[in-house]
Ligand binder design. Structure first.
Ligand code: SF4
Ligand code: SF4
Ligand code: FES
Length: 260
């Protein structure tokens, strides 16, 4: 290994353990210019802790698998430059807190896959072939923002609704999947309503939209810079409320309820 002249030793505290428990272990690890936290974790594996479990794939901020908490903040390890920390600072790396630990820095994120499966997928309009779809650029742009999601689940991890309240997990899909519902509800070609799926109602009743109190913590940690709260959750809340207080919907519900 070549050591550059600007290399220094940094103090790391890394959580080691499994579902039965664990704790923080201290390490001194070499840091070189231009490195990111994932480089240091790899060096730690190579030199001092060969059995340290860590999940990663791309090292380019695109696969969403190296999510962890660095000094308590949910971040991608591959996109967190060492230069953002002082040389004397102790850097603490812990697994995502909202999900069960598998081992060391690896958590079981299957909660998110279960929630993804609960969102009905895009319903293509009847009688239109894929090549015949036409959308306004404004509508395309709106979907494109949400489609930048790399499924790192940092927003899911940071949301206080589930972070400290395991009991809410059944009723709350989390920002990533409420954003998915919003995307589909705003999609001009989605024919879910014709197929009997009321996305606004499911957002409230099945995915727990009412639990979100628009604190924007999810937006703050999103590595793709998606404005989850402003562009997805707040508009979805507005649409769901509009529907609830729409006099025609109210009248329709009354008439339907009167039927024997
Ligand atoms: S804005 Fe809503 S979804 Fe996002 S972190 Fe806050 S409560 Fe959770
Ligand atoms: S919305 Fe952002 S923070 Fe949430 S999973 Fe997608 S990329 Fe990650
Ligand atoms: S390793 Fe792929 S996002 Fe970090």
């Amino acid at each position: 290994m070549t050591t550059s002249t600007s290399a220094y030793l940094a103090h790391f505290r890394v959580w080691r353990g499994d579902e039965d428990g664990g704790g923080l272990e201290d390490f001194k690890v070499e840091v070189n210019e231009g490195e990111v936290v994932l480089d240091i974790v790899h060096r730690l594996q190579a030199t001092q802790a060969p059995d340290l479990a860590v999940r990663w794939n791309c090292k380019a901020g695109k696969c969403g698998s190296c999510s962890a908490e660095i000094n308590g903040r949910p971040r991608l390890m591959c996109m967190t430059r060492m230069s953002v920390f002082g040389r004397d600072e102790t850097i603490t790396i812990t697994p995502l807190r909202a999900f069960p630990v598998v081992r060391d820095l690896v958590t079981d994120v299957s909660f998110n896959y279960a929630k993804a499966r609960e969102v009905p997928s895009f319903v293509p309009p009847q009688g239109l072939g894929p090549g015949d779809y036409r959308m306004q650029q404004e509508d395309v742009g709106r979907s494109q923002e949400f489609r930048k999601c790399i499924e790192c689940f940092l927003c899911q991890d940071t949301c206080h609704v589930v972070r400290d309240h395991e009991e809410n997990k059944g009723a709350f899909a989390g920002p990533r999947f409420l954003m998915r519902v919003a995307e589909l509800d705003m999609h001009p070609l989605d024919a879910a309503a014709e197929a009997g799926i009321d996305r606004k109602r499911t957002a409230q009743d099945d995915h727990g939209l009412g639990y979100c109190n628009i604190t924007k913590c999810c937006t703050e940690v999103c590595p793709e810079g998606i404005k989850i709260t402003d562009n997805a959750l707040i508009p979805l809340k507005e649409r769901a409320v509009d529907r609830k207080y729409d006099p025609l919907v109210w009248l329709g519900n009354k008439i339907l309820r009167r039927k024997p």
